[in-house]
Design a protein around this ligand. Structure first.
Ligand SMILES: NC(=O)c1ccc[n+]([C@@H]2O[C@H](COP(=O)([O-])OP(=O)(O)OC[C@H]3O[C@@H](n4cnc5c(N)ncnc54)[C@H](OP(=O)(O)O)[C@@H]3O)[C@@H](O)[C@H]2O)c1
Length: 316
């Protein structure tokens, strides 16, 4: 069933945003790719953006590029944070809370993908699950009250890849020690992010808190997501997809997350992104949300496990 695009046949685009002067956005992994482009769009509308990045050199280069485009007074800065390290996440969250009194939206954008060989983070997690899910789970928890005080929102950037794996969580072997597979593990990490978001919506509603949670995906976008850590076959097939034009620009890939961070007329129990062929590109709007993503038992079990693994109890 096709879902009618509420933004018309061309879908949502940054022209839908009026002014973001006075708004404050926080985004992970914004020195490059869709996160960088999302930052550009937000700044172009007058917002302030704080990037949470792991690499200071790349972050300074990104800031220089943004200042060259928008002028020296543009309000963009970065806080160093490695999502693969929970103590780094805690330190960055503390810095955010000390410096930023308003968070209109927190965009969980940073990620790694298709890591060819199993890698384990310092906290003992398979790296894709550790960076993409556990890092953001903890960060959202640490920042939640400030987001609530700001009547803000959380935006989770997932992937169509969430459908391409087990379509559930492999609780009996979360690190995939027995059956490591780069794509299935990435798929599980992006599914875990979505499940976290939908479970959080329920908890927010029950607790009567004033935070919105939205989920989106960027389609297939020409970014640096597939890197040396991916297998040669994956890198070659991605390069081929880009060459034949199946991947849209990183800027277009940023539209769904910017939309979820700024647009008023969205549903929470939904999944937004490009709606064209295979959702690779095309008009940005509502995509089909598969029932397996909302499996109540899996959502609850993942939440409990994530609290235990990150040693963080949400006060919700
Ligand atoms: N591109 C696509 O076709 C596609 C498709 C589906 C979903 N997505 C999703 O879109 C989002 C943006 O990805 P992208 O395509 O723009 O990829 P990208 O160009 O590789 O950008 C990823 C960003 O995440 C950062 N990052 C990686 N590991 C990190 C860590 N441990 N701590 C902090 N930051 C970290 C990277 O920093 P460094 O530069 O320092 O590595 C980079 O800034 C991701 O959530 C991804 O899963 C992308």
């Amino acid at each position: 069933m096709t879902i009618k695009n509420q933004f018309g046949p061309k879908g949502w685009a940054p022209e839908n945003i009026d002014s973001l002067v006075g708004k404050n956005y926080l985004i992970t992994g914004a020195n490059t790719g869709a996160g960088f482009q999302a930052t550009r769009i937000l700044l172009s509308k007058g917002a302030k953006v704080v990037m949470l990045n792991r690499n200071p050199v790349k972050s300074e280069a990104a800031i220089t590029e943004l200042k060259n485009e928008f002028g020296e007074t543009v309000e963009v800065s970065f806080i160093e944070m490695d999502l693969a390290n929970l103590s780094s996440v805690r330190k960055a969250a503390k810095e955010v809370l000390e410096k930023e009194f308003q968070i209109d939206a927190f965009i969980c954008n940073g990620a790694i993908a298709q890591i060819a060989k199993q890698e384990i983070t310092v906290d003992g997690f398979e790296s894709q699950l550790g960076v993409n899910h556990y890092g953001h789970f903890l960060l959202c928890g640490l920042l939640f009250s400030r987001i609530e005080e700001s009547k803000g929102r959380i935006v989770v950037v997932s992937s169509e890849g969430h459908k391409m794996g087990l379509r559930t969580i492999q609780f009996e072997d979360m690190n995939w020690n027995r059956n490591y597979h780069p794509n299935k593990v990435y798929s599980q990490s992006k599914l875990a992010q979505m499940m976290f978001a939908y479970e959080l919506q329920e908890k927010v509603k029950t607790a009567g808190k004033n935070v919105k949670v939205y989920v989106c995906h960027p389609g297939a976008s020409n970014t640096s997501l597939i890197r040396e850590s991916a297998s040669l076959a994956t890198r070659l097939s991605w390069a081929f997809m880009v060459k034949i034009g199946l991947a849209q620009t990183a800027e277009k890939g940023a539209y769904p997350e910017v939309m979820c961070a700024t647009e008023d007329n969205l549903k929470e129990r939904a999944y937004y992104g490009p709606t064209g062929v295979m959702n690779f590109g095309g008009p940005v709007g509502e995509c089909k949300l598969e029932p397996f993503v909302l499996n109540k038992d899996v959502l609850a079990k993942l939440w409990t496990l994530s609290e235990k693994e990150t040693s963080f109890n949400w006060l919700l």
